[in-house]
Design a protein around this ligand. Sequence first.
Ligand code: PHE
Length: 544
Amino acid sequence: MSLESVILSKVKESPFDTRELSKKLKIDYNKLIQAMKSLEYNKVLECKIQVLNEIVLTESGKKCLTAGTPESRMFHAIPENGIKKSELMKQFGREGQPTFGQCMKCGWIRSEKIETKEQEKEKQPQQKGKKKKKQRPDLMLFRKVEEINDRVLEDLKIIHDKMSEKLNKKTLDILKRRKLITTIQTKSFVVSQGPEYEKYTTTQKIEYQTCLKKGMLQKDNWKSHTFKKYNFKSLGVPTQGGSLQPILKVRSEMRKAFLEMGFEEMKTNRYVESSFWNFDALFQPQQHPARDAHDTFFMSNPKKAKQIPEELMKKVKTTHETGGYGSIGWRYKWSEEESRKNLLRTHTTAVSSRTLREISKEPFKPRRFFSIDRVFRNETLDATHLAEFHQVEGFIVDKNLSLGDLIGVISEFFTKLGMEKLKFKAAYNPYTEPSMEIFAFHNGLNKWIEIGNSGIFRPEMIQPLFSGTRFNDYKEDVNLSVIAWGLSVERPTMIQYQNKDIRNLVGHTVDLQVVKKGPICRLGFPRKVIKEKKMEEEIKKEKN
Ligand code: PHE
């Protein structure tokens, strides 16, 4: 017999409850509901949802049925000639004190004070200067009755037998407070015959067509078929599409913010970079600790970079050694060999230095650039550090840019990402002056957190890159300036997705379900909500 015929014949006898029927006939509950829903849709059946609150035993409640209630166990643990309370408490652990209370309340045990030797000593006058902790006197416990009548156990048996209506509210409340019972809610359907029941069961079984077929048109018999109605209420199967990793989601939001602000994207397709573009072109001295193998991954093959523009290299060398452009330089012997060492780029500012050189070949025009890509550092891995991460970088080239412009553009960018409360703090970078660290107030964590670094690129970095190029309408008296900032993508991602360990975001411990089911990223969302709320309030005011 098909499931449908089982349902139809059962409902003919009398209305039934789906949970009971599934248990009685051992039918898979979901399959039963599926079949029932389809018949309900065609009005063959009528279904009413029924919510049942059932009182059941918790795990501790069930334990009482087999091992006895804690109070009866305690009663039986007291030998005929009594036991020290401290000893009994040791046996019962954390349960001890409340169970002792229960036993006393039931009047099953009695206690007698005893004095230990230490307490006797305490009674004697104390020596000067020595203060001893006061100890509670131990008790001796004895059985007060011969037999006990364990009401709680009786009540739990009643609940186990599904007759909880026999117990009054007070009793149930006490058992609930002792976490021996709990209420669970179950939903089921009461199924009865629908208006189409008679017709459906008496007429010959109709074969429903699900779509119009070619043959029906050719034979011109489509009118004689009965078509199944569309069920617009049914939910579709969730689609299995590709899903973006959280970092990529945040990355695409950041990219959107930059594009909205008129930024162009830089080419970041170069993980292997020369020390020249990564450090030297940024006026970072060759003895700088960041250039140590402890902080940087150097390449063993190919070890040396071949193509470095000769002329620019000379300018960079002179600036490092003796300065220029109003600077005295770092004053050391600059090594070409050191500069040719290949490495995995340690920041995307290497991309900025290359881009600045590229645009210097064109006539001057104010421009803004951004990049978001991977960088590498020789870090010890922990919850907040990986040896590779993503950096977001932005810079603007124009004339007479000031710290005010930098603060303004950074504020606009971070406001778009939903971080409105910003603070700037003076900092140091070899290639920027002045430099500022950026802090944002994180509402969830309720504290200020560092989110980035920024500054105005130093003339010692900018001038060698631009001098002798078409950008050359830059003159000493015209203040060509580049403001820039950078931050990691991982930090806002960890905040956005409330992830405390970066290793759950990148690497083999990533939960693919999180990637598949994670919500889309809305970095600017809090701000939009605030705006919408303000608008709602204004509309309300106007109405009043
Ligand atoms: N390169 C810096 C870093 O790695 C960020 C930065 C970029 C600072 C541009 C100032 C200007 O932290």
